[in-house]
Design a binder for this molecule. Structure first.
Ligand code: CU
Length: 126
C-alpha cells in the first residue's frame, strides 16, 4: 500500500485558497503529485502530503509495458475523477479539489489489473 505520510505544519495551506479569486476562477493548484504505473502497481513519493481544502494536480506516468489508467475513489468507493488510459511511456493528469480529509483509493480497472493488485491508497490530512 502506498502511504503518503502525514507531516507537521499543515494549517496554512487551505487559508490562501479560500482567500483569493472570484467564484468563476479555477481554484489555485497548490501542488502537483506525481504517480507512476507499472505492472501491476502505483508508485509515488512516500513523503508527499496532501491537505484537505487544497486543489492538487495528479499526474500519472506509465513506466510499464501495458496501458494503465488511474481512477480516484473516495473511502466509500465512489469515483471522484480519473486519468484515462495511458499508453506505455505516456502520461496524463487530472486536477482534483480535496474537500474532505480521509483515505482515498487509486485503482486501475483495465482488464484484470485490479485483481492483480493494481490499487493503492493515500490519506488527505486535515
Ligand atoms: Cu493497469
Amino acid at each position: 500500500m502506498l502511504r503518503l505520510t502525514a507531516l507537521a505544519s499543515v494549517g496554512l495551506a487551505s487559508f490562501g485558497l479560500a482567500a483569493c479569486g472570484s467564484a468563476d476562477e479555477p481554484a489555485t493548484i497548490s501542488q502537483t503529485v506525481d504517480f507512476t504505473a507499472t505492472e501491476y502497481q502505483f508508485g509515488a513519493d512516500p513523503t508527499t502530503e496532501i491537505v484537505s481544502g487544497t486543489t492538487v494536480r495528479l499526474t500519472l506516468t506509465n513506466n510499464g509495458t501495458l496501458d494503465h489508467e488511474m481512477q480516484l475513489l473516495d473511502a466509500n468507493g465512489r469515483l471522484i475523477d480519473r486519468i484515462e488510459r495511458v499508453a506505455p511511456g505516456g502520461s496524463g493528469e487530472v486536477v482534483v479539489s480535496f474537500e474532505e480529509p480521509g483515505v482515498y483509493q487509486l485503482i486501475c480497472d483495465i482488464d484484470d489489473h485490479l485483481s492483480r493488485g493494481q490499487r493503492s491508497s493515500f490519506t488527505v490530512n486535515e
